[in-house]
Write a protein that binds this ligand. Structure first.
Ligand SMILES: NC(=O)c1ccc[n+]([C@@H]2O[C@H](COP(=O)([O-])OP(=O)(O)OC[C@H]3O[C@@H](n4cnc5c(N)ncnc54)[C@H](O)[C@@H]3O)[C@@H](O)[C@H]2O)c1
Length: 269
């Protein structure tokens, strides 16, 4: 049996990182954890900021791949986004290049294209090559990350799958999330596909489950071998009864990015 692949998981203390710490080992990964915050019960986790290039270089040494989740995951002043998400992601890619890491799975976001009008009844699904239309500085940093990944593939042969994650939480909690939800189990399936598919170059995919009310095209994710098993529809009746259907005249409900286009949640730290 081949040895488990060693994968550096950045942002391991966060919501998605915690879910993936629990779900990815079933796919036979040996995870190396990194976050700026210590992780309870994980004394071996690397506590490092993405600003610390020496620490990143040591953290990536010897890994087969990186899942890059660390960063500011909501809206924040530009200077903060610049440090954590733009310079931080650059620092990680430089460390990966210097240490010869072959593959990154980058946690991009639907907010890189958040100002794209969402499909309404009968409209085509949003393709993966729709132009970047970030809805926040946060979304802008994800657009940057995707372009950085393209540069490192074209120039240095470092492969990336950029996953434009919708909402990865145990269950959908809003009517919008019925369209963009990715169950944690499907998230792990998608990350596994992104880590193992061959010859990905730089591939951009949307990250969601096989939702009945899907807004975007999952074909580039499926081409990696991703076969989503979940559908948010089982939660639809209750959420629509509580919140009503989405109103296309309401700016906070008219675009892929939802309320990030009008009143984004602010990073609290
Ligand atoms: N959860 C989702 O549904 C979702 C949707 C779209 C995109 N994403 C992306 O996926 C990633 C994980 O999301 P999440 O929901 O777990 O976010 P989160 O905020 O819960 O976790 C982010 C983690 O990154 C760490 N971090 C922040 N700045 C850092 C720095 N400078 N150096 C080192 N660590 C740093 C934080 O301590 C935190 O543990 C993020 O990049 C986010 O933008 C998540």
């Amino acid at each position: 049996m081949p040895a488990p692949r060693t994968v550096l998981l950045t942002g391991a203390a966060g919501g998605l990182g915690t879910l993936m710490q629990n779900l990815l080992p079933a796919f036979d990964y040996d995870l190396r954890l990194l976050d700026m915050r210590p992780i309870e019960g994980e004394p071996d986790a690397i506590v490092a900021d993405l600003a610390d290039r020496a620490a990143l270089r040591e953290a990536v040494r010897g890994v087969d791949a990186i899942i890059h989740l660390a960063g500011i995951s909501l809206e924040a002043p530009f200077e903060k986004i610049l440090d954590a998400n733009i310079v931080g992601t650059y620092n990680l890619y430089e460390a990966a290049r210097e240490e010869g890491v072959r593959r990154v799975v980058f946690a991009s976001s639907n907010h890189a294209v958040g100002f794209t009008p969402r499909p309404k009844d009968g409209d085509a699904l949003i393709p993966v090559d729709t132009p970047h239309r970030p809805d926040t500085f946060y979304g802008l940093s994800k657009s940057f990350g995707e372009d950085l990944a393209q540069l490192y593939w074209d120039k240095h042969g470092l492969e990336t799958v950029s996953v434009r994650i919708g909402s990865c939480f145990p269950r959908p909690t809003s009517v919008r999330m019925l369209s963009v939800w990715m169950s944690p189990a499907d998230g792990a399936r998608l990350f596994h596909a992104a880590l193992t598919a061959e010859n990905v170059g730089h591939t951009v995919v949307y990250g969601s489950s096989a939702n009945t009310r899907l807004w975007w095209d999952l074909s580039s994710a499926r081409a990696l071998g991703y076969a989503p098993q979940d559908d948010s529809e089982e939660f639809a009746g209750k959420l629509i009864a509580e919140q009503g259907e989405l109103d296309p005249e309401n700016i906070a409900q008219a675009y892929l990015g939802g309320h990030f286009v009008s009143d984004p949640p602010i990073w609290p730290y």
